[in-house]
Ligand binder design. Structure first.
Ligand SMILES: [Mg+2]
Length: 353
């Protein structure tokens, strides 16, 4: 098998603004695993602020230890290849994710199957939420109305910057969009445990009907997250606290959250993600699948996963919706619905530019 990496830069139709940065492009690393005839594709997103993975680091890991680990293996030895990818290096979840997905994609193509069909799904549609860019209360309210008009019925608001302002911003968005659309919050570790309880209870008392609150406190503070989970009615979703199985077991043991957000770029691909989703289900923990700012390859793999392994609520797979031009063919958005491709694998036929 031949492994090739491609750096891509895809422009967004609308700047994506978070508390940490303003993005106008998605910079990403695509990987192509070829058997000489067919190619499987995967993606390693750049995620400095969460996993620490960079394009340069992922490229070095893929071209170095992962390529070495796969040396001499044939494309039909999927289980062994996936095992070697995970063992090739410590960390580097983006690199492992990219090659794990590319190997699955290639295996599906060699059988003439879609990736989601290969994973066991018969469903061609999955739902996603959409995140509102960070702004003041008025800008958020406008963005909320715009996204509902775009066909989204589950909106996610980034909070966690200042507790008092957060309450006001969320109330204004709820007022602007009316009672129907679902509203979920992501604090990205930004609150103290006391702030978290204060804000969430205030929103409960104000009747804002928040579906769930993601990562209210610091990733390493499982005690704090358990403290919050015990004191509010709104479900708590662990994101940055959970990369792999060991983290998920700790969350389950401590009762630290009600749900877990599984992301391919945190756990290292489809094989580890399936393990996490099965573990969550066995222990009665809710789950969603999310993504980083990445293109149709990474989001398409996550969408294929949830179509085969249903999660307990709407997933967080809007990243590729923000792209003005797709760097590859594959999934297609229709408001909150993601159409999975009917072409083999991820439906990628090569780079479009
Ligand atoms: Mg999150």
């Amino acid at each position: 098998m031949k492994i090739t990496t491609h750096r891509v830069s895809a422009p967004l139709h609308t700047p994506f603004i978070t508390a940490l940065r303003t993005a106008t492009h998605v910079e990403s690393l695509l990987v192509e695993v070829s058997d000489g005839e067919l190619s499987g594709w995967g993606e390693a997103p750049q995620v400095w602020k969460v996993t620490g993975d960079s394009l340069a680091g992922s490229q070095a890991c893929i071209e170095g230890p992962i390529t070495t680990a796969l040396d001499g293996l044939g494309p039909d030895d999927l289980t062994e290849a996936l095992r070697r990818v995970q063992g090739a290096a410590v960390g580097n979840f983006g690199a492992k994710d990219a090659v794990d997905v590319a190997l699955h994609d290639l295996a599906a193509r060699r059988r003439g199957q879609t990736l989601h069909g290969f994973l066991g799904s018969t469903v061609d549609l999955v739902r996603t939420d959409v995140t509102l860019s960070v702004g003041d209360a008025a800008a958020l309210a406008t963005a909320g109305r715009d996204r509902v008009a775009d066909g989204f019925d589950v909106l996610k608001i980034k909070v966690g910057t200042d507790a008092v302002g957060d309450i006001e911003r969320v109330r204004r968005v709820r007022e602007a969009i009316g009672p129907e659309p679902r509203l979920r919050l992501d604090a990205n570790q930004g609150w103290t445990r006391r702030d978290a309880v204060r804000v969430i209870r205030a929103l409960e008392d104000a009747g804002c009907a928040i579906e769930l609150v993601e990562q209210p406190v610091a990733a390493a503070d499982l005690d704090g997250m358990a403290w919050v989970t015990d004191r509010v009615s709104t479900p708590i979703l662990a994101d940055e606290s959970v990369y792999g199985v060991r983290d998920l077991v700790a969350v389950i043991r401590q009762g630290a959250a009600d749900l877990v957000n599984v992301k391919l770029a945190k756990c290292g691909g489809l094989a580890p993600a399936r393990t996490l989703l099965e573990l969550a289900r066995e222990h009665g923990l809710g789950a969603i699948v999310g993504c980083m700012m990445e293109s149709h390859v990474g989001v398409g793999a996550a969408a294929a996963l949830v179509s085969a392994y249903p999660t307990t609520t709407v997933n967080d797979l809007d990243a590729a919706w923000w792209l003005r031009e797709a760097p590859v063919t594959g999934i297609r958005y229709d408001g909150s619905l993601i159409h999975l491709p009917s072409a083999p694998g991820l439906g990628v036929t090569g780079l479009t530019a």
